[in-house]
Design a protein around this ligand. Structure first.
Ligand SMILES: [Zn+2]
Length: 70
């Protein structure tokens, strides 16, 4: 199991939260919309040697605006 380890300082307790691929979210760096990270996004992180903390994905709307700019 891969999990998040979260320290709750106020309770002086450490909690392990299971990490599931279908529960990962990221924010679009352009408009800030929250989007779910899917398998394709995970693969591209691995193939491009990125890491989960520093990778961001532009949402489909902003991608469209970027490619179909007048
Ligand atoms: Zn966006």
């Amino acid at each position: 199991m891969i999990y998040h380890k979260v320290e709750l300082e106020s309770l002086n307790k450490t909690v392990n939260i299971p990490l599931y691929e279908d529960e990962l979210y990221c924010q679009c760096p352009k408009c800030g919309i929250e989007q779910e990270v899917d398998d394709e996004m995970m693969k591209s992180i691995y193939f491009e040697g990125g890491d989960l903390g520093s990778t961001s994905f532009i949402c489909p709307d902003c991608t469209k605006k970027h490619f179909y700019k007048e």
